[in-house]
Design a binder for this molecule. Structure first.
Ligand code: SF4
Length: 227
């Protein structure tokens, strides 16, 4: 018992200071493309080496990628119109307490793993009043991952319909935005917005936990104005 307490004391405070301070990323981290020479669709990008190897962009360490409108995912240069905040009424309702229901509508589970990581002590999503709940009846927002397989389409619609108004829908990952690597398959719907309206698109394959956190806080207007 004492040893556990001593070990815990030695570990110290592990939660990052974000959003006041952005932590460093490992060398292999692939953030938002920069030096973009032609149109790059962040919602379709799989963030692999092959895409950059064609020479039309390089990966930066910038984790900020979430947008409110799908058109804004197409980067023509280094600028991107990041997600805006909810309107005042929605901010009053959800700004300090947002309950989310997550639905995996296909995909590889990589995005769910990163969403789970936002809950660990390092990122500590709940310190912002954002928590995941088991029932859509208790949820303010729906977080969708996966390309929406035909088998999951009805379940996704029913989950959306079961949530009370007003509600928010967040598409996390290339699959949920565009179908990702499954795009074009006869068994998928190529993204969540073909089934339910989407308010926030968070690109990545999978998105880094900070990209997810940035998107959520941006939508709730909880970031410093300059970020
Ligand atoms: S976007 Fe990538 S990581 Fe996320 S579910 Fe699809 S294939 Fe997996």
């Amino acid at each position: 018992m004492w040893q556990i307490l001593i070990n815990r004391f030695k570990q110290g405070y592990r939660t990052i200071a974000y959003p006041k301070q952005v932590p460093g990323f490992p060398g292999r981290y692939r953030g938002r493309p920069v030096d973009v020479k032609g149109p790059v669709n962040l919602g379709e990008l799989l963030f692999n080496e092959e895409a950059a190897a064609e020479g039309c962009f390089t990966y930066s360490k910038d984790h900020r990628m979430a947008v409110s409108n799908k058109e804004d995912l197409v980067a023509q240069g280094d600028e991107i119109r990041l997600a805006g905040a909810l309107n005042d009424k929605m901010k009053r309702l959800f700004g300090r307490s947002l309950k989310l229901r997550q639905v995996c509508a296909g995909g590889c589970n990589g995005c769910e793993a990163e969403i789970q990581v936002t809950n660990i002590v390092v990122f500590d999503l709940s310190r912002f009043g954002i928590q995941f709940v088991a029932s859509p009846r208790h949820a303010d927002g729906l977080v969708i991952t996966g390309p929406v397989t035909k088998n999951m389409e009805l379940a996704l619609k029913k989950t959306y319909e079961a949530m009370p108004h007003p509600k928010i829908v967040i598409a996390v990952g290339s699959c949920a935005i565009s179908g990702g690597p499954f795009r074009g398959s006869t068994e998928v719907r190529n993204g969540a917005d073909s089934v339910v309206p989407v308010d926030l698109y968070i690109p990545g394959c999978p998105p880094h936990p900070l990209t997810i956190l940035d998107g959520l806080l941006r939508m709730l207007d909880r970031l410093e104005k300059k970020q």
